[in-house]
Design a protein around this ligand. Structure first.
Ligand SMILES: Cc1cc2nc3c(=O)[nH]c(=O)nc-3n(C[C@H](O)[C@H](O)[C@H](O)COP(=O)(O)OP(=O)(O)OC[C@H]3O[C@@H](n4cnc5c(N)ncnc54)[C@H](O)[C@@H]3O)c2cc1C
Length: 254
């Protein structure tokens, strides 16, 4: 629990929230659904900035067919929203549905999921395959980063910054596939793979192999995780199987 918590802020504007996070960098945390933060044993956190009154729940396609998903949109909303259900084989809906039980999904948000992700998490892996961009607000103004760069430098990026949204490109015509392996149906994924195939391109992302999800590369050169969920040998063995399943689904070759 946050035993050193002394201040609670509930700003009404994004600018005010960013100012509070910037001024309190190192001791102030954004509070979204609270499903990760509140149970954390973190003595360094002395203040929280509650995001619930901020206008961060948009789920709107723009004129070019790109979709902006606000940082405070819950995993449950992502799992069920018709605008997301229609994208790339529902892989983002399936990832959100798989990420946590319904009680947690009702509170956990997209921003919180990206900010607190573990290496094998399904939603960041799918966002990487979809070519998402993370939208942030900082004291110096708005900032956008491809999700791959965000995942790579998350801690430095989030120093005093607020995730405001995730932007998906126009995915009309894209097909998707998603596959994972876990110890039980409810446990976190050991390894997961997401594939997005268009008429002239295909993108595959893998979670659970390294500290954060990565685009498919030369796995033999990666320093692969080994933990209580699975050894590095098992992960190396299962990753190509999951990649094949995700690609087969996306290419309709099952
Ligand atoms: C029992 C259980 C099982 C779970 N299993 C899985 C799983 O298998 N796969 C999976 O992917 N997830 C899983 N989760 C969900 C996940 O681990 C987090 O709990 C959840 O995604 C956090 O979202 P939140 O909105 O509650 O964030 P919070 O708990 O409010 O915040 C989490 C962190 O993100 C920061 N933060 C939040 N929002 C923002 C923002 N907009 N900008 C900047 N920083 C922000 C906070 O400061 C904090 O550091 C599970 C959770 C639980 C409780």
């Amino acid at each position: 629990l946050l035993l050193n918590l002394r201040e609670y802020h509930r700003p009404a504007t994004i600018a005010e929230a960013v100012q509070l996070l910037h001024q309190g960098a190192g001791r102030t945390a954004a509070l979204a659904g609270g499903t990760d933060l509140v149970g954390r044993s973190d003595a360094s956190i002395e203040a929280v900035v509650d995001l619930r009154h901020l206008p961060l729940t948009d789920l709107t396609p723009d004129a070019n067919g790109a979709l902006r998903i606000g940082a405070m949109v819950t995993l449950q909303h992502i799992a069920t929203a018709p605008t997301i259900q229609s994208l790339a084989g529902r892989i983002l809906c399936r990832a959100a549905e798989r990420a946590a039980p319904a009680t947690i999904r009702a509170a956990a948000t997209l921003g919180g999921t990206l900010a607190s992700h573990k290496g094998g998490d399904e939603v960041p892996t799918v966002l990487l395959a979809l070519g998402a961009v993370v939208c942030l607000e900082t004291a110096a103004g708005p900032w956008e980063l491809p999700v791959a760069d965000f995942l790579n430098q998350r801690e430095a990026v989030l120093e005093g910054a607020l995730i405001t949204a995730v932007r998906l490109p126009n995915l009309a015509g894209a097909r998707g596939g998603f596959a994972l392996v876990s110890r039980t149906p409810a446990d976190r994924a050991i390894v997961c793979a997401a594939a997005v195939v268009t008429t002239d391109d295909s993108t595959v992302a893998i979670g659970g192999m390294t500290a954060h999800p990565r685009l498919l590369g030369d796995i033999a050169r990666w320093e692969v995780l080994s933990d209580h969920r699975g050894s590095s040998e098992y992960r190396r063995w299962v990753a190509p199987v999951l990649v094949r399943r995700a690609l087969n689904e996306a290419s309709d070759r099952r």
